[in-house]
Design a protein. Structure first.
Length: 541
């Protein structure tokens, strides 16, 4: 792959500036850089979902590209076909076989010249069919299903029945089975248990094709990648390094240490020259001549000036409630709900609990048991089929949606804060605390990476000034440093928290009081082992 003079801007913000780079074939390349550097944007350029302002990305041969995004939405349609049927269709074997049969039928009414042309078409189709290995394709799929711990009952479910975690695993299995030339993976291990991750790691290491991986999972990157592509946000550039993440870090640290020494020598020389110039520039002719000579030396020094990269800023989270809630801000009385009103079985059945002020309350359970649904019932987005959701008279709720549904993808960052009636300067200040610069304010939400969307969603959460926080997997898509910042602020939040999360290490920092375990609706005192169990269980589903 050749990247030639690639330039991309979103409004005033530059993502890539005249980048030229050669990426060799059949390499496993880890793509790293801070949130917002352009890693996911690079994938969108490869997929032709975005067009560069200048330059091009050139593939010497036609490439079959498969992409696993961080957030699975439209990639798995809500259809009535079963999971197994959906997986099987990842290779267009039946479609190609039908086309070949149609071409042979056409030949019955063709002359010799037409038949020769049709045979050439059949030959191309047959070559493509052979690539997908129709005779052993289904057995390969069954091995993949077993290796990724996809249980038989899940294979019989329809796609529209899947939860978010199940969708991610199925999308990953389908991608691997589709046999692409180039695999693009964006945070692929978020929903994988250790056993499945080990299987996928070995599968990808042996894969006879190119793989690009964006991930915060350092052991995963180290195990698979042979090269590392560093996306530099400060300089709007990309640079390819030999070796995995750990080797890249050693090279980067050694380079930074060398640059720091050279920078210190440069600054010492600069200061010396500037002092001589300031002292002699207005002196007699001899001194003025010395000053002019030093000005020339200073100009040469600045032509090759060494600039040390600025330290990355950190998210600033300010969670304060405008007023205190009543003693019991939320109460549920025998709440039942099902999406399909004709179904015999309820998704949630007679769920009852009472939340006292300032409690830290955790909802856990396997994928698809209704955790996110329960939060939507509390905020009134859904209505119970039976039972009641009762909010105290001073209950002010702020809701963080797992898939950022509360953001308007067609609006820019400033417009997404319109409901808070902020001045432009106030909105800019809020967004600045969440690492959005002046040149990013007019980016549409739909162009943001999942990590950036998480930050704008957190910004809106803080502006609510609510006394009750409903948080649905708030650490998804965020780097470990930002996760720690969120945990530190939630610990000191002077209000009530209802949380859905399977990030056991994150949850353990928050001082959780009780668990609600679904689907049975059982209340229990907090136990990290319970969270860890469901963390592992959900990754298997």
């Amino acid at each position: 792959m050749e990247i030639r003079n690639l330039t991309l801007r979103f409004g005033l913000q530059t993502i890539f500036d005249n980048v030229s780079l050669s990426l060799p074939e059949k390499e496993k390349i880890g793509i790293i850089g801070v949130n917002g550097a352009g890693k996911t944007t690079f994938f969108k350029l490869l997929l032709k979902e975005l067009e560069p302002d200048q330059g091009s990305i050139y593939f010497p041969n036609k490439r079959r590209i498969s992409y696993l995004p961080q957030v699975i939405t439209d990639e798995i349609p809500s259809l009535d076909i079963t999971v197994f049927e959906y997986l099987l269709k990842a290779r267009p074997i039946e479609k190609l076989q039908n086309k070949i049969a149609e071409r042979y039928t056409e030949m019955l009414n063709q002359n010799a010249n037409e038949q020769n042309k049709t045979l050439q078409k059949i030959e191309k189709l047959q070559t493509e069919l052979d690539y997908f290995e129709p005779l052993k394709a289904e057995s390969e799929l069954l091995k993949l299903i077993d290796g990724m711990s996809i249980d038989a009952p899940l294979l019989d479910q329809t796609l529209k029945q899947l939860s978010g975690g199940q969708k991610s695993k199925i999308a990953f299995a389908r991608l691997l089975y589709s046999k692409p030339d180039l695999i693009l993976l964006d945070e692929p291990t978020n929903h994988l248990d250790e056993k499945t991750k080990t299987y996928v790691t070995n599968y990808l290491k042996q894969y006879d094709g190119s793989i690009f991986i964006i991930s915060h999972d350092i052991p995963f990157l180290n195990a698979i990648t042979t090269k590392t592509l560093y996306v530099d946000k400060q300089h709007h550039s990309m640079e390819l390094f030999d070796g995995n993440y750990d080797k890249f870090q050693k090279i980067k640290v050694a380079r930074e240490e060398r640059l720091q020494k050279e920078y210190e020598i440069q600054e010492k020389e600069r200061k010396k020259l500037e002092e001589i110039i300031a002292r002699y520039i207005h002196g007699n002719e001899k001194k003025a001549k010395i000053a002019k000579d030093r000005q020339k030396k200073l100009a040469r020094l600045l032509e090759n000036e060494i600039i040390i990269e600025k330290q990355n800023k950190k998210t600033h989270l300010d969670l304060t409630a405008e007023r205190e809630s009543t003693r019991f801000p939320i109460r549920l009385e025998e709440v039942s709900f099902k999406y399909d009103k004709k179904a015999k079985r309820n998704l949630l059945y007679k769920i009852s609990f009472e939340i006292p002020r300032k409690e830290r309350f955790l909802i856990v359970g396997e994928n698809g048991v209704g955790k996110s649904t329960l939060l939507k019932l509390i905020i009134g987005e859904l209505t119970p089929d039976q039972g009641k959701v009762i909010l105290g008279p001073k209950t002010d709720i702020a809701y963080y949606a797992q898939e950022h549904e509360l953001l308007d993808p067609e609006k820019n960052l400033i417009e997404n804060l319109e409901e808070f009636n902020l001045s432009f300067q106030e909105a800019q200040g809020v967004l600045g605390k969440f690492l959005f610069g002046k040149d990013e304010l007019y980016k549409k939400v739909k162009t943001l990476s999942p990590g950036e969307r998480s930050r704008i969603a957190l910004a809106k959460l803080t502006l609510k000034k609510a006394n009750v926080l409903l948080l649905d997997e708030p650490t998804n898509h965020l780097d470990p440093d930002t996760q720690k910042i969120i945990a530190d602020h939630l610990k000191t939040f002077d209000g009530t928290i209802i949380l859905v999360s399977h990030n056991a290490d994150f949850v353990d920092q928050l001082g959780i009081n009780r668990n609600l375990i679904l689907p049975e609706g059982r209340l229990a005192y907090y136990d990290k082992k319970v969270v860890s169990y469901f963390e592992e269980k959900n990754k298997k589903d």
